[in-house]
Write a protein that binds this ligand. Structure first.
Ligand SMILES: [Zn+2]
Length: 124
């Protein structure tokens, strides 16, 4: 048995506006092209793949982007911080498929500012 582990990552973008509440006050409404990624870990199947990228793309479109792309995020989040958006994506992404494990969700407001959530394993 080797120690290597397979990961699969899908990157995607969405356009949305938000006004984040910081110290009790909402900032001005503004837009971003958010960059996001979802990473799973799993084993290759008999076809030599972990999951079909196209199947994952359709899932992301249906379960995630349809709720947030080209929207005012303040209508669906009490406080649409990048952290809260990442948590929403995590909760949806967990339901993708059995046999693979959600490992990481990352959301970036721009090239410089990203949040990510990563599964913590007991054994690292
Ligand atoms: Zn912002």
């Amino acid at each position: 048995m080797s120690d290597k582990k397979f990961y699969i990552r899908k990157n995607f973008k969405f356009h949305a506006s938000h006004a984040v509440k910081i110290h009790g006050a909402f900032e001005n409404q503004h837009g971003h092209t958010f960059f996001a990624s979802i990473t799973y870990t799993g084993n290759k199947n008999e076809d030599g793949i972990i999951v079909d990228f196209q199947e994952l793309e359709r899932f992301i479109q249906r379960e995630i982007l349809s709720s947030i792309d080209k929207t005012d995020l303040n209508k669906s989040f009490q406080n649409p911080t990048t952290e809260n958006i990442a948590e929403f994506i995590w909760s949806r992404a967990e339901n993708f498929a059995s046999g693979i494990t959600l490992y990481e969700v990352m959301v970036c407001e721009d090239e410089e500012s990203c949040v990510f959530i990563r599964r913590q394993d007991k054994n690292g």
